[in-house]
Design a protein around this ligand. Structure first.
Ligand code: APR
Length: 320
């Protein structure tokens, strides 16, 4: 059986880490694409030389030619400009929208059967635009945000409770921005919901509120610390988890920016919700019952995503 093929569109900090993880896990051969001359070729060669030491067999190729992504099973898109300190995700809109147009057309022409995972920010708007420009089926185009935001939430909760991260589950829904909704009601330690743990005296509501706030600002905290660029290890790992669920038909239940057609009262928007990812791409959208507070937070988040889409449509008439 031929190896699977993964194309990383954008070979910067996240793109390089994606290629490293994909090769280490032997998910398939990897194409690193970028417009920056030499960067994808250099990273591909460097990573190939890690192969003999790690013992992974994967062919890695760097390129600036879309023809090389032909036949890709998975495309992970990080092409664009990352957020700098003091810049909101939304400031990136104009620049990255043009990048999505080029990438969408490249995928449409060369890898129309791929499962496409978008990471470029502002995420919910970019994944929607990428889907429009590529014309791929909605279930085959998805945005990575929820796995990362939930991982941040899980990390902070595990730290607070001093338990293994493996036993902490958490859901962060809504848009990938300051309005995201960490859903405390569905976050658990070994199945015990966080509100019960507050009652059991494991923590206080104030501490949970602080963790929710820190999760919402999780990306910005790292941008500030790095001083130049944004997070890349955890975003890359999160997207690889989604790619793996597709390639191995694992049918994992993961929060992701998915195209809604009436679920949660939302139509034709990409917003973070729990989904099942398998060989059919986004095979199912899970509609969970939200309490009043989460519902209200979700609506605020949806409105913020809507505003971004309106801005996109104004910037590019073909999207209107
Ligand atoms: N086509 C292909 N690649 C492009 C294009 C394009 N039109 N425009 C820019 N790029 C490349 C850049 O040359 C760069 O190598 O995209 C890469 C982006 O890499 P980084 O700047 O290192 O950014 P990274 O940290 O990987 O983040 C990428 O993910 O989380 C989001 O906000 C983040 O939107 C950003 C994206």
């Amino acid at each position: 059986m031929a190896r699977k093929k993964l194309a990383m569109i954008g070979s910067g900090m996240i793109g390089g880490t994606l290629a490293h993880l994909a090769a280490m896990k032997e998910l398939g051969d990897v194409v690193l694409f970028d417009i920056a001359d030499g960067l994808p070729q250099g990273k591909a060669l460097d990573l190939s030389q890690a192969g003999p030491v790690e013992g992974f067999d994967a062919k890695l190729k760097g390129t600036s030619d879309y023809a090389d992504i032909a036949g890709a099973d998975v495309c992970i898109v990080t092409a664009g400009v990352p957020r700098k300190d003091g810049m909101s995700r939304d400031d990136l809109l104009g620049i990255n929208l043009k990048v999505m147009k080029a990438v969408g057309e490249g995928i449409k022409q060369h890898a129309p059967n791929a499962f496409v995972i978008c990471i470029t920010n502002p995420l919910d708007a970019m994944v929607w635009a990428l889907r429009e420009f590529s014309g791929l089926p909605h279930n085959m185009v998805v945005g990575m945000a929820g796995v990362l935001d939930s991982a941040r939430f899980r990390h902070f909760l595990a730290d607070e409770f001093n338990v293994s991260v493996e036993d902490v589950t958490a859901f962060v829904l809504g848009g990938h921005g300051d309005t995201m909704v960490p859903v405390v009601q569905y976050s658990t330690v070994a199945g015990i919901p966080v509100p019960d743990l507050v009652e059991m005296g494991w923590t206080t509501q104030d501490k949970i509120d602080a963790i929710v706030k820190r999760t919402r600002g999780g990306g910005g905290e790292i941008v500030k610390l790095l001083g130049n660029g944004s997070a890349f290890y955890a975003p890359a790992t999160s997207a690889i988890a989604m790619a793996e669920s597709f390639l191995k038909d694992k049918k994992r239940v993961l929060p992701a920016a998915a195209h809604l057609t009436g679920q949660y009262g939302v139509d034709d928007l990409y917003v973070g919700v729990p989904v099942v990812i398998g060989e059919g791409g986004v095979e199912r959208i899970v509609e969970i019952k939200l309490d009043a507070e989460a519902k209200q937070g979700f609506q605020v988040s949806v409105d913020a995503v809507k505003e971004l889409l309106d801005a996109c449509k104004e910037l590019d008439g073909s999207l209107a």
